[in-house]
Design a protein around this ligand. Structure first.
Ligand code: SF4
Length: 405
């Protein structure tokens, strides 16, 4: 079949414009003007990199406005579309998960907002889902959804900070008029008032005897994994609030010209956030010697980056194909080898990798020795560090978008 490239690109442009417009409306409706407060995701980012958090607070984004899509060059259009799909698939999943949870009859509040002021800094938390149970043993569960390409082995520090901030605020503000439920008249009410008005559920005036936990649901295209529970901890909430104040003050200083963005602290060493960061082009972390792109080394670097991108695409396709073949094997009731031309296939059960749970070992040793510091020390004495080795990092620089003209 013949492809009409112009029409295909027109379709991509239309879709990109739609996704960007939808994102702009959704942010305005659900989160309001994000430059007017510090949110939990700002705090999470700020705990990893102050420079990145302040830049995003100042609206320094590499995402083009929906109205500018018509001017984007094709490679920028493709990149923008890909990024929007990654960013927005979490919202699509959120919609499905909300319907599934609602179908169970559980009492659920989507996008509950907690709004406070701390040391003169406006701070807001938007909770994806808040589940409420009343009665003799009242309980509240916060669920935060994270859409991941692959489910991580452990939770990122920025996600954990968000959770501690949310659950800490819920408990600390329980009886204060800090809660708002979107698309209702429930604005600036206490948490028990919201539960009563929404579901007729009576909750105690104090959260002390309420079972409160927060969880993250990490969702990939074929898997869901819960991480938690995260309990309200005063110390962790304090750290979150201090981070919020630090981001706000730093943003004010940069806005008023007292500080430059590059004066701010940034995360050292290798960090996955840097590849996604909107302000990585001129980050002092990468103050690099410029290598001419037509030099031998420059050409080799370009080729390496391209090969790595292809490798990532291939790995994704291999993983998908493996999953399909495994499914077919199960469907045909495969017990032994299946052969096809020059290849044989078999799905076998392989024993899981054995790993040591460090905190469990410390707990067990503490019980045996009776002293947790000695247990910790004993474990450290048994640890072996591998030899240092070289690693080559290649990451994408976010250049200003090019015009289609
Ligand atoms: S590139 Fe990395 S270090 Fe620099 S601001 Fe962005 S996240 Fe921080």
């Amino acid at each position: 079949m013949q492809h009409d490239d112009t029409k295909a690109h027109g379709l991509l442009r239309l879709l990109t414009q739609g996704l960007l417009t939808h994102a702009e409306h959704k942010t305005a409706n659900e989160l309001g003007d994000r430059s007017l407060y510090i949110g939990m995701s700002d705090i999470g980012k700020g705990m990893e990199c102050t420079r990145a958090a302040v830049a995003s607070k100042l609206g320094m984004s590499a995402i083009p406005a929906a109205s500018g899509v018509g001017d984007l060059a094709l490679d920028d259009l493709t990149h923008t579309l890909g990024r929007q799909v990654i960013l927005q698939r979490g919202h699509w999943q959120e919609h499905g998960i909300e319907r599934a949870l609602t179908a169970t009859g559980v009492k659920l509040v989507p996008q509950l907002e907690i709004s406070i002021e701390h040391s003169g800094v406006p701070i807001k938390a938007h909770l994806d889902f808040t589940l409420i149970w009343g009665g003799q043993r009242p309980a509240v569960r916060i669920l935060e959804l994270k859409s991941n390409e692959r489910i991580p082995d452990s939770l990122y520090a920025s996600y954990e900070a968000q959770l501690y901030g949310q659950v800490g605020l819920l408990k600390a503000c329980w009886g204060e008029s800090c809660f708002s439920v979107p698309e209702t008249e429930l604005q600036a009410v206490t948490f028990p008032q919201a539960a009563l008005a929404l579901f007729g559920v009576g909750l105690p005036d104090s959260p002390d005897n309420v079972d409160i936990e927060a969880w993250v649901l990490s969702i990939s295209l074929s898997e869901v994994r819960p991480f938690g529970p995260y309990m309200p901890e005063e110390g962790m909430l304090d750290v979150c609030l201090q981070t919020a104040v630090a981001i706000w003050r730093a943003a004010e200083d940069v806005r008023s010209g007292n500080l430059a963005l590059n004066d701010l602290d940034y995360c050292r060493g290798f960090h996955p956030l840097c590849d996604w960061c909107d302000v990585n082009a001129d980050c002092p972390k990468f103050q690099a010697m410029n290598i001419p792109s037509d030099s031998a080394c420059g050409l080799e670097l370009e080729e390496l980056a391209m090969l790595k991108e292809r490798k990532a695409t291939l790995e994704g396709r291999i993983a998908e194909a493996e999953e399909r073949i495994k499914q077919t094997y199960r469907l045909v009731g495969g017990q032994d080898w299946l052969s096809n031309g020059d290849h044989r296939f078999r799905v076998a059960n392989v024993a899981g990798r054995r790993t040591l749970d460090r905190s469990l070992v410390v707990d067990k040793l503490t019980v045996l020795i009776g002293d947790d510091r000695k247990a910790q020390k004993a474990l450290e004495q048994c640890e072996k560090a591998g030899n240092p080795h070289e690693r080559l990092y290649v990451s994408k620089i976010k250049r200003p978008l090019k015009s289609a003209a």
